[in-house]
Design a protein around this ligand. Structure first.
Ligand SMILES: NC(=O)C1=CN([C@@H]2O[C@H](COP(=O)(O)OP(=O)(O)OC[C@H]3O[C@@H](n4cnc5c(N)ncnc54)[C@H](OP(=O)(O)O)[C@@H]3O)[C@@H](O)[C@H]2O)C=CC1
Ligand SMILES: O=C(O)[C@@H]1CCC=N1
Length: 270
């Protein structure tokens, strides 16, 4: 795969995760390019990762894989800038929430292959969940290349593009839901009189243990929950309160809102 040159256009949080993950996986730094808007950010990226930071037009002309790391609202402007540099031999990989591959295809030369990817921030620790969809002109070879780029960052799955807004709601935004839960549990521990640091340690290790069991035991979460829930015990008392407060309904509404917001972002992008 190292024969390809990857440029990340708009290297913010996600773009930097892609670059650092590729470097950790052994991708040669001289086959990576980054672009950024602010001079301070450009200098930071060059110093931190040893990659060449160039302007968007240079990157689009030199690289044969363009990873689009800007916010959905900024993608149209970026495509206007680079459109003339892109050829049918360039693979465009969008990291953007909401934007369909057609958004890119309609602004790039006819025949440009486009792939849509939804990854998440645990890429920082090589535990990302990345869903990959083929758009116009993307072949199996292009999908394999996108997979090779994201596999070092964690797990990958191929999904039909129509599922990507739901994926975004579930795993793209998902880390934030878990962090909110952890934050609230730590506060609850403090309310019950535990020192904050102790509460933090207890909750984080419980989250890691629970996640590891979910992944490694092969058991359904219901079974794992039942094993914790003793008759007339403490867990049942807590779960009743969570249900009283509508935790399931809250999650159904929250994820629907995230999915709807992804659609709105697509509608608003120019
Ligand atoms: N954060 C997350 O958990 C996830 C985000 N995504 C998607 O990833 C994309 C990036 O998100 P995220 O990394 O969080 O956002 P960031 O704001 O951290 O990164 C976007 C970067 O793009 C830069 N930028 C904007 N316009 C240009 C341009 N014309 N040329 C060069 N650089 C430009 C911005 O520069 P400046 O800082 O100077 O404004 C910024 O550094 C979004 O489309 C988002 O939907 C997908 C999955 C998860
Ligand atoms: O909040 C967002 O719009 C981005 C996309 C998924 C996670 N963060």
């Amino acid at each position: 795969m190292s024969k390809h040159t990857v440029a990340v256009l708009g290297t913010g949080k996600m773009g930097e995760l892609v670059i650092s993950g590729l470097l950790r996986s052994g991708w040669p730094a001289d086959r990576l390019l980054a672009t950024a808007r602010r001079p301070a950010r450009r200098a930071e990226l060059a110093e931190r990762h040893g990659v060449r930071v160039v302007d968007n037009v240079t990157a689009a002309g030199e690289a044969d894989v363009l990873a689009i790391g800007v916010k959905p609202q900024d993608a149209g402007t970026l495509l206007d800038e680079i459109g003339g540099q892109v050829s049918a031999g360039t693979l465009v990989v969008s990291l953007c929430a909401g934007l369909p591959t057609g958004f890119f295809a309609s602004r790039l030369p006819e025949g440009t292959p486009v792939i849509r990817v939804m990854t998440n921030t645990p890429a920082l620790v090589d535990q990302a969940m990345t869903a990959i969809s083929a758009g116009p002109h993307a072949t199996d070879e292009h999908l394999a290349l996108a997979e090779a780029m994201f596999q070092p960052l964690g797990a990958t799955v191929r999904v039909p593009e129509y599922q990507q807004d739901a994926v975004t709601a579930l795993s793209g935004s998902g880390p934030a839901y878990f962090y909110l839960m952890v934050e609230a549990m730590i506060d609850a521990g403090v309310l019950l009189g535990l020192p904050r640091q102790t509460a933090h340690e207890l909750v984080v290790q419980t989250a890691i243990g629970s996640a590891t069991m979910l992944r490694d035991s092969g058991e359904h979460p219901v079974k794992l929950r039942e094993a914790v829930t003793s008759p007339a015990g403490t867990t049942a008392a807590a779960l009743r309160e969570l249900e009283n407060h509508g935790i399931r309904a809250a999650l159904l509404d929250a994820l629907s809102a995230a999915r709807d917001r992804a659609r709105e972002l697509a509608g608003q992008a120019r």
